[in-house]
Structure formats: C-alpha cells, structure tokens
Design a protein around this ligand. Sequence first.
Ligand SMILES: [Mg+2]
Length: 216
Amino acid sequence: MAILELSAQDVRKMFLYVSQRMVESKDLLTQADKAIGDGDHGVGMARGFGAVAEKLEGQSFNTVGELLKTIGTTLLMSVGGAAGAVFGTFFSGGAKNLGDAPSLDSRVLSHMLLDGLEAVKQRGGAKVGDKTMVDALQSAAMKSEDMSSAPLSESLSAVAGAAEQGMEKTKEMTASIGKAKTLGERSLGHADPGAISTYLILKFMTEFVTERDAPR
Ligand SMILES: [Mg+2]
C-alpha cells in the first residue's frame, strides 16, 4: 500500500528521523564544504538538527505548519551563519500557506517546497545557476507540482530524485554568491554543500516514508 499522507504526529517522527540522519551526515557535509568553502557546514547542520531533535522530543503538534515553523526557528537560532538563515527560512517559509493542515500529503508537500523556495530566494537573492541550495530546491519544488495528486510515498521519492539531479548540476557551476565565489573556477567539479543538505533532507524524509510503506 502506498502511503497517502502522514499525520502531524507522524511528521514529527519523520523529522526526528531526518534530524538523526542529518547529525550522522556531519563528516560528509564537512568534507563537501572544505572542498569549496570554509568547512563549517557539517558542524552547523549537525548542531542545528541536534537542536531540532531535542525540540521535537518534548513537544506534540496538531498541525504540520506549526511543526515546520518550530523546525525553522530552531535551525535559524542554532545552525549559525548563512546556512542557519537559509534553512531556517526554508522551513518557516514552507509553513506559510499550510493553515491548519493536520497532515502531510503530496499537495501540502508541494506548498511547503514552493513557498519555502520563494522565501529562500527572497531572503538570499539566489537564483537557479548560482550554485546554491536553490538549485536542488527549485528542481524538487517543480517536481512536487507534477506529483501533487500522487500518494505521498511516490511524490517524496520523485522529489528527492529531482533534488539529487539539481544538486548534481551544481558540480558544473561556478559559485557567484556566498563564500565559494572567491574560489571561482576552482569550485567546478564540487557540489554545493547546501544543495547536498537539501537533497539529504528530502532523501531522509523519503526513507522514513518508504520504510513505513514496506510490507511487514
Ligand atoms: Mg561554510
């Protein structure tokens, strides 16, 4: 059976899983950032998602929007630097039009990604091709529109695949904003760390849902 939607309580469990896996991705993200930046991305994201896990452990949520806002605020306060602002804005912005939605389905996922993308673009001024997380996120958000009537397990999997493609494309780009821009051509061949994090978050969301989907 395909998973159609997740209740707010299950979305909370999903982000506890995502947080744990993001903390475990610290070294991978550190290496990725060392290749084209100052190497602080892994530590920042691990600290941020560690804080998210602590926050979600002790709280229950009635709506998906309330949960996303809490994640956004926590990341903003704990990741630090530009990444804190960007990923905090992504989650908080993603909650903007969710109203009282009590569960996450493919339509809600698409709102979250499209509004999150818009908020990130407005805040940071990055556009597609600038070698940032926007390259992964825009690809994911566009795919989510196509998949908005599919079961959640199917749309998430397609969306994570699209984020991976967007992330892979950043390898062929030279950075034009952010710290990596000082590297210019030397950033060629390396993916943007924020794009990798964006892909990983969606991949871990998919893993959680797919796990539930497996026959037992
Ligand atoms: Mg950095």
